[in-house]
Design a binder for this molecule. Structure first.
Ligand code: AMP
Length: 506
């Protein structure tokens, strides 16, 4: 018996060695080819002038975007950045902008680059003034034969006696904590080469203690949700009276979430002489009201809503309302996306879909408004680390999520707002990746499809549910795969017991 096992082992070892050497040669050839291809591609990219140079940004910022691998500005960046930096402005300076923008369009850098540019310019002026004043004092002291003045020491900010409210130069209001974090991350990426640009993120759902401590160290840019910003102003730890740029990011969502009153309270405390940049995917009446009340003759920046849609394959299926949840299971089994967001119009639909997906053994989690911040974070962590592959969400809850490499979006319900549809599907097909959007349509939702077609300027491609792999086959397949995995595990453990028996000395 032992001889037999030894022989088997030697044969297996010989096979492995043969396979390994053959594979090594093949792999080296493939790697060489890939390296050549990458080198050619990189050379082509390097030879192209960086498109950000023409936008008038400080050289440090052009270098920063180049370091991030952004070679050309996106459509919204190309239009918004020069205007936001005052192209064509009168001597009063800044221009207010109303920008139509989707998540994934590069809108964050479109407002951050002008904000950072302003901060860098003002810092250069302030540094030059401080140096001139110091030089003047030195010259004066030298003329009088007095000792040269010393540079003022920085006061210890942790000492309560030295406490001063943070007086940022820019305030960015966002609808959610996730979006605020993403914006702050993008600032840090863009300002990586700049010394000492302080960003503080403030949002509700967590204690204020750490946020106040961060503000005590000063802030050039504050990014936050309206309610918490208001709270911190009330506590006297945040002073927005010196804001030069106010950004309202995803303004329509902030209004959806009931932030109108909070936004107005915050904006009223900003100085009148400021620039306001409002970014929104849609233009409900309240945006108009906000713009009329707080912006000075804003310029509109329109970027075709469907500009990224060409990379997204959209498939439409007519499905009776009652069968929708079953069809989602079939779609997941058929397309096998590595990660997907399933959009529902209501919380109840979210719950129904998640319950059914989980019953079918699919790792799905729900994300809707009522979840506590902690639960929301847990869901997002699981989705990000791929332990959950399907996120079932309402539009408001999914707002502001920037999840890279999302393979597929499934719309269980068609949204009545065509722009929201564009926003939903824009979560797949980011960067150079191709996207897939699957839409389930009940008869009474057909008018919404017509609105979407009108906005996109093209008809929808309709397919039959019958073309999807039947659900039952997949349930059987999933169960068979699970059984096969179990058998494999049992065989592996038996084998390892036997191998231990062979190699352990008596
Ligand atoms: P946003 O629309 O701001 O959520 O941006 C979507 C993604 O595009 C982010 O991950 C950015 O890092 C990236 N991005 C922004 N601008 C550019 C650009 N000009 N070239 C390539 N990627 C970009």
């Amino acid at each position: 018996m032992n001889d037999f096992l030894n022989e088997q082992g030697q044969l297996a070892a010989a096979d492995t060695a043969l396979d390994a050497s053959t594979l090594n040669v093949a792999a080296e050839a493939v790697i060489d080819e890939s390296i050549d291809a990458v080198a050619v591609e990189q050379k082509a990219v390097e030879e192209q002038p960086n498109g950000f140079v023409e936008l008038g940004l400080a050289p440090e910022l052009v270098q920063a975007v180049a370091d991030l691998g952004y070679t050309q500005p996106t459509a919204v960046q190309k239009k918004a950045i020069p205007l936001a930096m005052g192209e064509g402005a009168d001597e009063n300076g800044f221009i207010d902008l109303l920008v139509s923008s989707q998540t994934g369009s590069g809108k964050t850098a479109a407002f951050l680059l002008p904000v950072l540019n302003t901060i860098l310019q003002q810092r250069a002026v302030a540094d030059a003034e401080a140096k001139a004043e110091f030089d003047r004092l030195c010259a004066e002291a030298a003329a009088k034969g007095e000792p040269l003045p010393k540079r003022a020491k920085r006061k210890d900010p942790t000492n309560p006696r030295n406490f001063k409210a943070a007086v940022p130069g820019a305030l960015i209001l966002c609808p959610t904590r996730e979006l605020a974090d993403q914006v702050a991350t993008e600032i840090r990426r863009l300002a990586r080469a700049q010394e000492n640009i302080k960003v503080v993120t403030v949002y509700g759902g967590v204690p204020t203690r750490n946020q106040i401590a961060s503000l005590e160290n000063g802030a050039h840019i504050v990014v936050g949700t309206p309610g918490r910003v208001m709270d911190l102003i009330d506590r006297g730890v945040l002073d927005i009276s010196n804001i030069q740029t106010l950004v309202l990011d995803e303004a329509d969502r902030m209004l959806d979430m009931g932030f109108y009153a909070d936004i107005t309270t915050v904006v009223e405390q900003c100085p009148e002489q400021r620039q306001t940049l409002l970014f929104s995917a849609t233009y409900p009446d309240d945006i108009d009201r906000l713009a009329k009340r707080f912006m000075r003759e804003p310029q509109m920046v329109q970027v075709a809503a469907q500009h990224s849609a060409h990379k997204i394959e959209q498939r439409w299926y007519e499905v009776p309302a009652k069968q929708k949840v079953d069809v989602v299971v079939q779609m997941l089994a058929h397309f096998r996306p590595e990660s997907s967001i399933v959009f529902c119009n209501t919380k109840q639909q979210c719950r129904d879909v998640v319950t059914e997906l989980q019953a079918q053994g699919i790792s799905a989690l729900a994300l809707f408004g009522e979840l506590e911040q902690r639960e929301r974070d847990e869901v997002l962590v699981q989705f990000a680390n791929r332990s959950c592959s399907v996120l079932v969400a309402t539009d408001v809850a999914a707002r502001g999520l920037d999840i890279a490499n999302l393979a597929c979006v499934i719309n269980v319900d068609v949204t009545p707002d065509a722009e929201v549809h564009i926003h939903r599907i824009g979560r797949t097909g980011r960067g150079d990746a191709e996207g897939l959007a699957l839409n389930l349509v009940a008869m009474d939702e057909m008018p919404y499809v017509a609105k979407i077609e009108q906005l996109q300027g093209r008809p929808s491609e309709w397919l039959e549910v019958a073309e999807l792999t039947p659900k039952t086959t997949n349930v059987v397949l999933r169960k068979a795969t699970a059984a096969a995995t179990n058998i494999y595990n049992i065989v592996s453990s038996v084998r390892s017991v036997k191998e231990t028996a062979v190699t352990t000395p008596p």
